[in-house]
Design a protein around this ligand. Structure first.
Ligand code: SF4
Length: 225
C-alpha cells in the first residue's frame, strides 16, 4: 500500500494511542512551553544536537542557573564558564562557541520578528546563525507553530524503514515528501510521535518489529522475509 494521506492518518492514530508526549523528553518543546522565547529554544535545540534530550535539558538548566540564558548575559559570559555549564550535553566546546556567538547576534536581530516572516524567509535567515542547520531551524519553526517537519535522526530512520521515503533520501527530500502527505495540523505532533517511536521501538541498532504497532504498515519486515 502506497504512503498517502489515508495511510499517514492511520499511522498518526496508532502512534497517538501508543505514546504520550512528555515535554521534558523533548528539550526544545519544553523550552518553548516554559519560556516562549526563540533564543532559549534555539539554545535548547543546539544543546540537543548529538545528545540526548535528558542531557540537553540538564545542561540547559545548569546554564540558566549559572549564567542565565539571555543574549545580554551569554554574550558577556566567559567561554570557559559556558563550556563548564553545558558539558553534560557533549561537544561542549563547539556548542559553547556557537551559543556565545548566537547571543552576540541575538542582541542585534529580532528572532521573534524573523519567525513572523513566514517559513521560507525565516528558514533562510535562521540557517545563517551559528550551529543552526535545516533541522535546528525547522525545530524552532515547528515549535513556534509553523507547519514544518524537522527531520531528526529518529524521524529519518523510522520513515525510511516504513518505506515512506527511499533509503538514500537526504534532508530536503524527506521533508518535502512528508509535507506532501502529512496535513499541516498533524506535522509537529507526528514529528514528536516518530521520535518517541524511534526511541522506544524502532531503535537504531535493532528495531523491535515484533512489538511494533506499525508492523502491518511497514516495509522493513517485508524486506527481511
Ligand atoms: S515494523 Fe520494525 S522497522 Fe517498521 S516501524 Fe516498526 S519497529 Fe520500525
Amino acid at each position: 500500500m502506497v504512503w498517502d494521506r489515508e495511510k499517514v492518518k492511520l499511522m498518526f492514530e496508532i502512534l497517538s494511542k501508543s505514546y504520550d508526549i512528555i515535554p521534558e523528553e523533548y528539550v526544545s518543546l519544553w523550552a518553548y512551553l516554559t519560556y516562549k522565547d526563540p533564543f532559549k529554544v534555539l539554545v535548547a535545540t543546539i544543546l540537543s544536537q548529538s545528545s540526548t534530550d535528558k542531557a540537553a535539558l540538564k545542561s540547559f538548566r545548569k546554564l540558566d542557573e549559572s549564567l542565565g540564558i539571555e543574549p545580554s548575559k551569554l554574550s558577556k559570559a566567559k567561554l570557559e564558564d559556558i563550556i563548564k555549564a553545558i558539558e553534560e550535553s557533549g561537544l561542549q566546546n563547539q556548542k559553547a562557541r556557537a551559543i556565545k556567538k548566537l547571543a552576540e547576534i541575538a542582541k542585534e536581530i529580532d528572532l521573534e520578528k524573523i519567525l513572523k516572516e513566514g517559513i521560507d524567509s525565516a528558514r533562510k535567515k535562521l540557517i545563517e546563525l551559528p550551529k543552526v542547520g535545516y533541522k535546528t531551524a525547522d525545530v524552532l519553526l515547528a515549535t513556534f507553530g509553523m507547519p514544518v517537519i524537522p527531520i531528526d535522526t529518529h524521524v529519518e530512520r523510522v520513515v525510511k524503514r516504513l518505506g515512506i521515503v527511499r533509503s538514500e533520501a537526504k534532508y530536503e527530500e524527506i521533508r518535502m515528501k512528508l509535507e506532501e502527505i502529512i496535513p499541516d495540523q498533524y506535522r509537529h505532533k507526528i514529528h514528536l510521535l516518530l521520535i518517541a517511536h524511534g526511541r522506544a521501538i524502532c531503535k537504531a541498532k535493532t528495531p523491535l518489529c515484533s512489538k511494533c504497532a506499525l508492523y502491518d504498515l511497514c516495509e522493513y519486515p517485508k524486506k527481511l522475509k
